[in-house]
Every structure is written in structure tokens, then in C-alpha cells.
Write a protein that binds this ligand. Sequence first.
Ligand code: DXP
Ligand SMILES: NCC(=O)COP(=O)(O)O
Length: 247
Amino acid sequence: MTLLSVNVNKIAVLRNSRGGTEPDILRAAHTCIDAGCGGITVHPRPDQRHIRPDDVRALAAITRGRVEYNIEGNPFAGARGSYPGLIELARETKPTQVTLVPDGDGQITSDHGFDLTRDIDTLKPLVAVLRDIGCRVSLFVDSGATGFEAAVAIGVQRIEIYTGPYAQAFEEGHVQEELARCADTARRAQHAGLAVNAGHDLSQANLGTFKAAIPGLAEVSIGHALIGEALYEGMATTVRKYLQILR
Ligand SMILES: CC(=O)[C@@H](O)[C@H](O)COP(=O)(O)O
Ligand SMILES: NCC(=O)COP(=O)(O)O
């Protein structure tokens, strides 16, 4: 079964909009875990508009020994200022997995993956540090990416396919070409020895079609749509509906 990792960034967006403690990100995570999700994902950003370093720490404590914990982000972001940085947070909190994403500091959301043929030498020392800490390392890549053998050679264990273009094609009703590109990317990555995750703009509407096309899909991390859908049906019911799709 594909593991569902719930991204709780959007709970923090709502909380931060009033500057208090509600909605409570830990209560939300507990609810998702109790409903059967296999992991919690966060993507702290240097501007701290949603997940803050203290959230990363608190979520590490409540996930440990229960479900996987996946921290996503740009290892080079926030080198200055109060944001401690992704590697430092990983060293402190020891998540199950770190997913490296090549965002700019001011990006509104992630919109592309690494170019492995270009970025591999830059990634090599970071992957080594993360493996040393004990984290599984995944790299966010676009569909159609190449260079998976080189990623394996530096210690990378997974890729996460950026599914934003898939979700858009699905919505526009012409999904086959992008779906085939994702399936081919997954096949080549698996052949090179990598496990395959996926994420970005996945939803109850588009997840089943994606899952059916990607044999061996290890994990999906889902936040934006899931938290939105939970407004109508509640968090636990929504998580269970995703689990049903992933069965
Ligand atoms: C890498 C990825 O696709 C997600 O982590 C997504 O970017 C969520 O981040 P935001 O919630 O900040 O948009
Ligand atoms: N890695 C993708 C993720 O964590 C959630 O992305 P989204 O569902 O908020 O678009």
C-alpha cells in the first residue's frame, strides 16, 4: 500500500493568520495519525509563513515511534536570520525522511524539481550529512528527470515526483501525456534502485488515476487539497477517504 503522509502546512497558515495557537497543529496531526495516515509532512520555509522551527520540533516528538516524519525544503534556504535551516532542523529532530526541494526563499509554493545532471555535485555533501544523521533522503524532481544512477551513487534513496503539472493536466482533461511521463520517470527511477514518492496538488479527484499508473508508488504527501476537503467533511473522514483510494 502507498503510504499517505499528511502535509500540515496549511493548518499553520490558518493559525498564523491570527497569531495565536488555534487551529492546533499537534491536535490536527494527532487526528490524522489516529485516522490511520502513515506519516506527517512539513515544509518549513525561511519566511516562516506557516511551519515554524518549534512546530518541526513538536511534530517530531509526537510522530516518533508512531508514523513517519518527512521534512521537506531547500537545504540552502535561510542561511541567514532566525530560520535555523533544514539541515540543522534535521540534525535536531531526526525525521524519517528529508525531501530536498530546490525552492527560492520567496517562492509561494514549490514549482520545480532538481536537475540531477546539473545539481548532483552540490547535493552530494548534503546527502552525506543527512544519511549520517540517519535520515532517508529523497529528491524532488520533475517528471522526465534523468540522472537517477548518479543520485543512487551519492546515497539518495528516493525521488519525489512533482505532480503539479499532472494535477493541472487532470483538471484540464488531457492527462494521458503527463501521466505517461510520470509513469516512465517512476519506472526509470525504480530501475536505478530508487523508491518513488509523489506530491503536489494531489487530491481525492486525481489521486486514484495517478496511483493506478505508478506501480510500487511508495508514498504520497498531500496537504493543500486534503486540508481544504477536511473543512467540509472533517479531518479524520477525509484522511480515511484518501486511505481508501490508496488501498
Ligand atoms: C514540495 C512540495 O510540493 C510541497 O511541499 C509543497 O510545496 C507544499 O509547500 P507549501 O505548503 O509551502 O506550498
Ligand atoms: N510534497 C508535497 C506535499 O507535501 C504537499 O503538497 P500539496 O498537497 O500541499 O500541494
